[in-house]
Design a protein around this ligand. Structure first.
Ligand SMILES: Cc1ncc(COP(=O)(O)O)c(C=O)c1O
Length: 384
C-alpha cells in the first residue's frame, strides 16, 4: 500500500531528538527552530515527559469518557492556574481543527445563531466549519462551502464595526488568531481585540480566541490574546499542549452552561493524552518556560533586527517571522541543507520561527551566526 501523497516533504528521516535538536538516520544533528510546526513546547524527549507517559502507559493508556477521569480534573486545575483562567471550564479533544470546530459549534448552541466572523489570511483547521472559516479556497471542498462565514480584514476596526452594525443580531461568533501563523506572523493589535470583546458583548456574540499556534505560552503570555487585557469567551488550544502527543482543548467561560451530550469525543482527554499534557504544564511551570519564551524571544528578535537584509521582523516571544527579499529567496533552504537548521515558512517569502519554549540563548546565537554567514555568502556569490 502507498501513502496518500499530500505532504511536500524534505528528504530527511529523523531518528532521535533531544531538547531543541534532532538527529537524522545518518547521525547528522539539526537545530530545530520549527518544532514540528509549533508542537514541541517543552523540548523533544524531555525526561519528565518521557517518564510520565511511560508510567501512565504501564498503568492504563486509554478509557473513554464514560468513567471518572481524575487526570482530566488535575489537568484542568493546573491549566487554570498556569493560564490564569481558573474559573473557565475545560473540554478536551484531539487536534486544533477539532478544538475550533467545537468552539464554533458551542457558540452557535449558546446564542442559536449561524453567522461567523473570521479574518483574511486566517487559518483555523481542515474540518468542515473550521476550514470554511479559513481564508484559503484551495483547501475548502465544495461540501465545506458555507454561506454563513464572513471574512473581514485583520486589524480593521471600522470594517468590524460596520459588519456588526449591519448584521450584529445574526452573528454567532468571531474567531481570531492572536498572531496569525500560517498567514505569516501577523500580530493582532490590542485595540482590535478589545473592539472584538466590546462588540461581542454588545451584540451577544461569542469571542473565540484561536490559540492553537500562538497560545500555550509561545508568545510569552499563556494566550497571545492576553496582551489585550480582555478575556475571550472560548479559547482553543492544541499544538504545544502535548509536546507532540495529540491533544487539544477549549477553555470555556463560566457563563456558558454545559448540557449532557452537547459535545463529545471518543479519544479526547484519554489517560495517556492527559499524562502528556500534565507533563507539559508541570515542566512549563517548573522551568519557567513562558518567561523564557519572552526573554529568549526578545533576544532573538533583537538579533534578527540587526540584520539589514531581513525585513519587517515581527512577532511575540518565540513566534517570530520576517520577510526575506527576492535575491535571498533560497535562504531557508540553505539554512536547512547547509547549516542543518529547521525553520518554518509562510507565503510571500516569510520565514517563521516556532522553536521549543526552552530554546536557549546559545541556540539563538547559533541561529543568528548561521543566518548572517549564509546571507553574506549569498550576497558575495549571488549565482549560488
Ligand atoms: C491557528 C491554527 N488553528 C488551527 C489549526 C489546526 O490545527 P490541527 O492541524 O491540529 O488540526 C492550526 C494548524 O496549523 C493553526 O495554526
Amino acid at each position: 500500500m502507498k501513502l496518500f501523497d499530500v505532504y511536500p516533504i524534505n528528504n530527511i528521516t529523523i531518528e532521535r531528538a533531544k531538547g531543541s535538536n534532532v538527529w537524522d538516520d545518518q547521525g547528522t544533528q539539526y537545530l530545530d527552530l520549527y518544532g514540528g510546526h509549533a508542537v514541541i513546547s517543552i523540548g523533544h524527549t524531555h525526561p519528565h515527559y518521557v517518564a510520565r507517559l511511560t508510567e501512565q502507559l504501564n498503568k492504563v493508556g486509554f478509557y473513554s469518557n464514560s468513567v471518572r477521569m481524575p487526570l482530566q480534573e488535575e489537568l484542568a486545575a493546573k491549566l487554570g492556574k498556569l493560564s490564569g483562567k481558573e474559573d473557565y471550564q475545560l473540554f478536551l479533544v484531539n487536534s486544533g481543527a477539532e478544538a475550533n470546530e467545537n468552539a464554533l459549534k458551542l457558540a452557535s448552541f449558546v446564542n442559536g445563531r449561524k453567522k461567523i466572523i473570521t479574518f483574511k489570511k486566517g487559518f483555523h483547521g481542515r474540518t468542515s466549519l473550521a476550514v470554511a472559516a479559513t481564508d484559503n479556497p484551495a483547501i475548502v471542498a465544495p461540501v465545506n462551502q458555507n454561506p454563513n462565514i464572513i471574512f473581514l480584514p485583520y486589524n480593521d476596526e471600522a470594517a468590524l464595526e460596520a459588519c456588526f452594525k449591519e448584521q450584529g443580531s445574526e452573528i454567532s461568533s468571531v474567531i481570531i488568531e492572536g498572531i496569525q501563523g500560517v498567514g505569516g506572523i501577523n500580530v493582532a493589535s490590542p485595540e482590535f481585540l478589545k473592539k472584538i470583546r466590546s462588540l461581542c458583548t454588545e451584540y451577544g456574540a461569542v469571542y473565540i480566541a484561536d490559540g492553537i499556534q500562538c497560545g500555550y505560552g509561545r508568545s510569552g503570555k499563556f494566550f497571545s490574546h492576553d496582551f489585550a487585557g480582555v478575556n475571550a469567551d472560548i479559547y482553543s488550544m492544541a499544538k504545544g499542549m502535548g509536546n507532540g502527543f495529540p491533544i487539544g482543548g477549549i477553555l470555556i467561560a463560566p457563563e456558558i452552561q454545559p448540557k449532557h451530550s452537547m459535545l463529545g469525543t471518543t479519544f479526547g482527554g484519554n489517560h495517556l493524552a492527559c499524562a502528556a499534557a500534565l507533563a507539559v504544564v508541570e515542566v512549563m511551570e517548573k522551568e519557567k518556560l513562558m518567561e523564557n519564551a519572552a526573554e529568549t524571544g526578545n533576544y532573538l528578535m533583537e538579533g534578527l533586527k540587526q540584520i539589514p537584509e531581513l525585513q519587517n521582523v515581527r512577532g511575540r516571544g518565540l513566534m517570530i517571522g520576517f520577510d526575506v527579499p527576492e535575491h535571498l529567496k533560497d535562504l531557508r533552504k540553505k539554512l536547512l541543507w547547509e547549516n542543518k537548521i529547521f525553520t518554518g515558512e509562510a507565503k510571500g517569502n516569510v520565514i517563521r520561527l516556532l522553536p521549543s519554549l526552552a530554546l536557549t540563548k546559545a541556540d539563538a546565537d547559533q541561529f543568528l551566526m548561521a543566518i548572517k554567514a549564509t546571507i553574506a555568502s549569498m550576497v558575495s556569490s549571488p549565482a549560488h
